[in-house]
Design a protein around this ligand. Structure first.
Ligand code: IMP
Ligand code: MG
Length: 216
């Protein structure tokens, strides 16, 4: 087995010129039909990729106890699915890993912009980490990692469903990455725009008109 710290995490790349899929090909709530440009990652593909991340994580943990920390609210769907896949693996392999869960809430975004101020709410026993929605600049995750390291955990690993290709990136890369995505504002599968669109199964590209419509 390769040492994960020496190798970059692999990911499924969604190209910058990817047109995604027409909304009429999938089930999208009626109330959002006018607000989305396309479906960029269908729910089934998210699940298939998450299943593989679960396998990689269990393999790398080598029997260590995992305290899985979910970063709310945007990470809740990814976290729940990832935990389900890890649980299923744990039921069917010899070297299973004990799993406990915790939740933390981070808030830094208003409209589609980072506010430069990351607020942290909740979380009690912090020793390892999983389940983040999206890394854009990496600022949110770096702030959280600084906080976690104060608790001197044995090991901290970060799994993020999405990493955005953007010139604003700090260079931070999670240990496990689902997809690398274009520099567009994405919603659905618990990712929001001012709290809207969490109730959408697929990850979609938000339209420019919708950014105005739901602006606060
Ligand atoms: P960062 O600190 O710039 O890496 O931003 C990460 C956080 O910003 C995520 O946890 C999300 O809450 C939010 N965010 C960044 N890009 C998007 C997006 O495309 N859709 C929804 N939320 C986003
Ligand atoms: Mg948000």
């Amino acid at each position: 087995m390769k040492d994960r710290d020496l190798s970059m995490a692999s990911y499924l790349e969604i190209a910058d010129d990817s047109k995604g899929h027409g909304l009429d090909l999938f089930c999208v709530p009626k109330h959002y039909e006018e607000d989305l440009d396309s479906v960029i990652i269908p729910n089934g593909l998210i699940k298939d990729r998450t299943e593989r991340l679960a396998r990689d994580i269990v393999r790398d943990m080598g029997g260590h106890h995992i305290v899985a920390l979910c970063v709310l609210k945007g990470g809740y769907k990814f976290f729940a699915d990832l935990m389900d896949y890890i649980k299923t693996l744990n039921q069917n392999i010899d070297k299973s890993v004990p799993l406990t869960v915790d939740f933390i809430r981070l808030k830094s975004y208003s409209n589609d912009q980072s506010t430069n101020c990351v607020k942290v709410i909740g979380g009690d026993e912090l020793s390892a980490l999983k389940g983040k929605d999206i890394v854009e600049t990496g600022k949110t995750m770096e702030t959280l990692l600084d906080l976690l390291n104060e608790c001197q955990p044995k090991m901290v690993k970060v799994a993020s469903l999405l990493v955005k290709r953007t010139p604003r990136s700090s260079g931070y890369r999670p240990d496990y990455i689902g997809f690398e995505v274009p520099d567009k504002f994405l919603v659905g599968y618990a990712l929001d725009y001012n709290e809207y669109f969490r109730d959408l199964s697929h990850i979609c590209v938000l339209s420019e008109q919708a950014k105005e419509k739901y602006k606060v």
